[in-house]
Design a binder for this molecule. Structure first.
Ligand SMILES: C[S@@+](CC[C@H](N)C(=O)[O-])C[C@H]1O[C@@H](n2cnc3c(N)ncnc32)[C@H](O)[C@@H]1O
Length: 279
């Protein structure tokens, strides 16, 4: 290597090698995530975990399985809120629920559920609309720590103020406080909200379809994927949806440029809610 090799390029090589190592060793595949965001996160991990280079970080994660969850904590973004983008949940309530209520049983998949905020929003909404008891909810993520938080359903009370306002704006028919009890600065959500939930480790990058969903909500996950990976995930959703099932995406996501766009109709265009065309 010449002395003039730019540092930037060396770091790109290190990142590529680290992502290959993560995949070969643990089957976590970040190779087609948006590079700018992966780079930023790995730099942050290197600095905060105290390594001199990405290569040193790679060596540590390759040889020490305990380093894996720590690194995943950096590589996956866990920002979430209950009833985040209240107008999305209002559209689910006012436009999607009337269709779903015609079915005797329902399956809902929250893909990339993070700490459970989006999941609980939907369970509460379905309860308020009288559909919870005929629904099974699947909540999936690749981050085990996030899934553990989702299963616990405990959040800082500070955050719950915002959740409460979002819930109200979503057309909530009750007060959010009916669903949790407050203790020591935390809100413990009622365990009955989990009665009909199956939590599971599932990757949109490496795993297969889920069967016959009536609604898939996958918000703010594909935003971190490059286009081919977005297409893979959307293909997975297409194959996992029942006839005329619904797909809800995040505010900055869209099916418009997807290879599978023709398989969906806009249902509530401004909220990125789509309907699988009838086969
Ligand atoms: C920004 S959070 C979004 C949380 C929630 N859906 C929302 O909109 O509030 C992104 C979540 O996607 C998860 N994730 C990242 N890659 C994934 C993959 N390949 N398969 C499933 N989930 C993934 C992350 O672990 C994280 O929990």
């Amino acid at each position: 290597m010449s002395d003039g090799e730019p540092q930037e390029r060396i770091e790109d090589i290190e990142i590529r090698l680290l992502l290959e190592a993560l995949y070969s060793r643990y089957h976590y595949d970040f190779r087609k995530y948006s590079l700018a965001s992966v780079k930023r996160r790995l730099r942050q991990a290197r600095e905060q975990l105290g390594f001199n280079s990405i290569s040193a970080l790679q060596e540590a994660v390759l040889h020490n399985v305990e380093m894996l969850p720590r690194l995943l904590g950096y590589l996956t973004v866990q920002v979430s809120e209950m009833f985040r983008d209240a107008t999305y949940f209002r559209a689910i309530r006012e436009k999607v629920i009337p269709h779903l209520s015609t079915y005797p049983s329902l399956k809902v998949w929250v893909a990339g559920c993070s700490g459970g905020e989006e999941l609980y929003s939907l369970v509460i909404l379905f309860r308020e609309e009288g559909l919870e008891t005929r629904t099974i909810f699947y909540a999936t993520d690749i981050n085990q720590d996030a899934l553990a938080i989702a299963e616990a359903g405990v959040y800082d009370l500070e955050r719950v103020r915002l959740f409460t306002e979002n819930h109200r704006l979503s057309g909530g028919k009750s007060s959010l406080s009916e669903y949790y009890s407050a203790a020591y600065g935390r809100a413990v959500f009622d365990k009955s909200l989990r009665d009909r939930v199956v939590f599971s480790d599932h990757s949109l990058v490496t795993d297969a379809v889920f069967g016959e969903m009536n609604l898939i909500s996958c918000r703010n996950v594909m935003i971190y994927f490059e286009r081919p990976l977005q297409d893979r995930a959307i293909g997975l959703f297409k194959d996992s949806l029942a006839r005329k099932g619904f797909l809800g995406l995040g505010a900055k996501e869209s099916l418009r440029f997807s290879a599978h766009a023709r398989e969906f109709d806009d249902f509530v265009r401004e909220e990125k809610i789509y309907q699988r065309v009838a086969r």
